[in-house]
Design a protein around this ligand. Sequence first.
Ligand SMILES: Nc1ncnc2c1ncn2[C@@H]1O[C@H](COP(=O)(O)OP(=O)(O)OP(=O)(O)O)[C@@H](O)[C@H]1O
Length: 396
Amino acid sequence: MALSAVSNVLRRQFRAEAEPAAEGRSARLSVSASATAGSQGQAPAAPLGTVVFRDLGKVYRSSAGEVPALQNITLDIAAGSIFGIIGRSGAGKSSLLRTINRLEAPSSGQVLVDGVDIGTLDEAGLVQLRRRVGMIFQHFNLLSAKTVFENVALPLKVAGVPAAQIQQRVTELLDLVGLQDKHKTYPSRLSGGQKQRVGIARALATRPEILLCDEATSALDPETTQAILALLRDINRRLGITVILITHEMSVIREIADQVLVLEKGEIAELGDVWQVFGNPRHAATQALLAPLRHGVPDDLQQRLQPQAPGTGRFEQVLQLGYSGHDGLEPDFPRIAEALGAKVRLLHGGVDRIQGHAQGQLIIAIDGAAARNDWAALTQGPATIAHEIRVLGYVV
Ligand SMILES: Nc1ncnc2c1ncn2[C@@H]1O[C@H](COP(=O)(O)OP(=O)(O)OP(=O)(O)O)[C@@H](O)[C@H]1O
């Protein structure tokens, strides 16, 4: 075994000792180690929870013909990160997610989990992989005839964990997800958010390194969505689990993800840190997905806007100031007023802080006497007040 593979096995053993002993963990570890050792001479140095796609392609073949779902997907997902996958319906999000636990087999290319090509795993290796890669679903997929406790215990039972350890582990998990008083409740008596908490507890039962979330909040109301996203973030931070989620809501990505992949027609449209992709969306698909989060011009203002400054009387110039998150630039109203040489009225807009970067648009009005059209000196260099300034029009 190569040196890096040995150190990977040692790290696994260290993690097992550092955590409370559980049968599921030790079973996972021994097979992880043997999978590492037996993976055709590969010497993975990847930390636990790493996913790599190498030139991945997926074509569905059915009686209706061939459907290309994914092409040329090459990217790395860092261990311990929260990685969001977004795209329009049919873009290939589910297909990509499901290759990570081999619910879908790639038609070409490779998926590596912790440096191991999962296409090389045999049946036993696949069972172990699925214990290391937990999954939660939009519609929870709970067994209605089993209690909350029994649902969470199921993967441990299947893994042959002794009853006393199951009792201890399930109790821990239900505490973790805030369902300590629901052990004996049946799913039909739970709210959507509580059902998803059971799904999360069940997915964590075998101490996975990676948690796949398949539209996990799409069936939930906004408040419950926030609570589930907070729980996922907490799990990611406390347990160091890599969280990979698919969604068609940019607000979910903004709320929780470190990096985002935008898929379009099965290909990578955009990939990067969330604040960078949100601050400067280059692809039409990303721009369309972000449109609901943008502060457009409100209808009443749009109707009053005139394209040219009136020749007489008092009027105001209406400006849109854009902030992309770069260089620590944030809206600073006294500075804006000083630079424009006018009092500033805020009409509409907002700024979000994403990963510590201020992004958004503000629509402001300034006295017509200060109206101008040359903004170069205020959008670059030391006197910058915004990354972009556009004249929207004039109001009387
Ligand atoms: N089992 C299948 N057989 C044939 N075609 C399929 C199958 N599963 C998915 N597809 C097709 O592959 C493409 C990608 O589907 P996929 O479900 O991965 O997209 P998605 O982005 O997750 O969509 P949605 O947001 O609607 O769930 C689509 O054209 C879809 O019709």
